[in-house]
Design a protein around this ligand. Structure first.
Ligand code: FO1
Length: 320
């Protein structure tokens, strides 16, 4: 895509992988980028509403992200969470002092009846983010994972309980998105997809980051309709050489009956994506992925710094 006369680009994204590619895309597109972000990881801690995937994308697009941790703010301090522990609070979900300001403002505005989409816009604009980050819906959707964990509701645990508290150790037998069937895409989400000149599926976890977005009734259909209108849909593999770059996607794919490989990811996007972006180490998988009806592009998909984020974004846009 020639970004000089660019039409808007929409990225479907979860946490870290989606945020890094969004950062590269924003460097090329600025306000012409809209990121539709997963909200099913959201949770409440200490009376505060927390949106991990939204905030990871927001902080990254604002250039404030902590590159080591992959979440939260750089240069963070931890005084409040330490004092919460003194009061006997559970503090396994680490909240930094400046991060807590985000949660306070968000919680107060939501309590005053503001829509999540409007609260998100206020936070992003306050941090000077050029792109637009849209929650996938304004309704509550929550990912739950069925594991073998004892003393839980049939093994079902909430996403952050699995991801952070239990360090992704439990085997995941089933995933559900509570509330998804009653959720609707916001008008902003519908309009962004309708206006998109290209749609990018980020190298996020296809099950629990991209999955919830596509589970909101109307979003998968809107992407399919855009594709039918000739809008290119490009998916980037988050699995390289059979491994997830960060997070549990590889083990989760296997325990849910899929293959932990770029081919396993491609099968999940067959019929939705026109192009599948493979890392060079997985080039041998190209024929099998083309057999699924997708074009294959092969490039270095590892985003280790700003330059590689922008290069992958450039490669992806050149496919559209
Ligand atoms: N991830 C962790 O592994 N440990 C944490 O203590 C933690 C705290 C946290 C606080 C705010 C926030 O926005 C994200 C946070 N994350 C933490 C990441 C979070 O679990 C995300 O859901 C993952 O990055 C996956 O998207």
């Amino acid at each position: 895509m020639d970004t000089s006369s660019s039409r808007p680009v929409v990225e479907l994204a979860g946490g870290v992988g989606g945020a890094k590619l969004a950062h590269g895309l924003q460097a090329l597109l600025g306000a012409d980028l809209t990121v539709i972000v997963n909200t099913a990881d959201d949770l409440e801690r200490h009376g505060l509403v927390i949106w991990p995937d939204h905030d990871t994308v927001m902080y990254t697009l604002a250039g404030l992200d902590d590159r080591e941790r992959g979440w939260g703010l750089a240069g963070e301090t931890w005084n409040v969470i330490e004092q919460l522990a003194v009061y006997g609070e559970e503090t396994w979900f680490r909240l930094g002092d400046r991060d807590i300001a985000t949660h306070i403002v968000r919680t107060a505005r939501l309590r005053r009846g503001e829509r999540p989409t409007d609260v998100a816009r206020h936070l992003q604009r306050s941090l000077g983010v050029a792109a637009t980050i849209l929650p996938m819906t304004d309704e509550e959707v929550r990912t739950e994972l069925r594991t073998d964990e004892p003393d839980t509701d049939g093994g079902w645990i909430a996403f952050q309980e699995y991801f952070v508290h239990r360090h992704q150790a439990p085997t995941v037998h089933e995933v559900r998105f509570c509330g998804a069937s009653a959720a609707v895409p916001t008008s902003e989400v519908r309009e962004a997809i309708a206006a998109a000149g290209a749609i990018v599926i980020a190298p996020s976890n296809p099950i629990v980051s991209i999955g919830p977005i596509l589970a909101v009734p109307g979003i998968r259909e809107a992407v399919e309709a855009a594709r039918a209108r000739g809008v290119p849909v490009v998916a980037v593999s988050g699995i390289v050489a059979g491994r997830a770059l960060k997070g549990p996607a590889d083990r989760m794919l296997v325990s849910l009956g899929h293959e932990s490989s770029a081919l396993g990811v491609a099968r999940l996007y067959a019929g939705l994506a026109d192009v599948f972006v493979l890392d060079t180490v997985d080039a041998d998988l190209a024929p099998a992925i083309e057999a699924l009806g997708m074009r294959v592009a092969i490039t270095n998909t590892i985003m280790s710094d700003d330059a590689s984020r922008a290069r992958l974004a450039r490669d992806v846009l050149d496919l559209t």
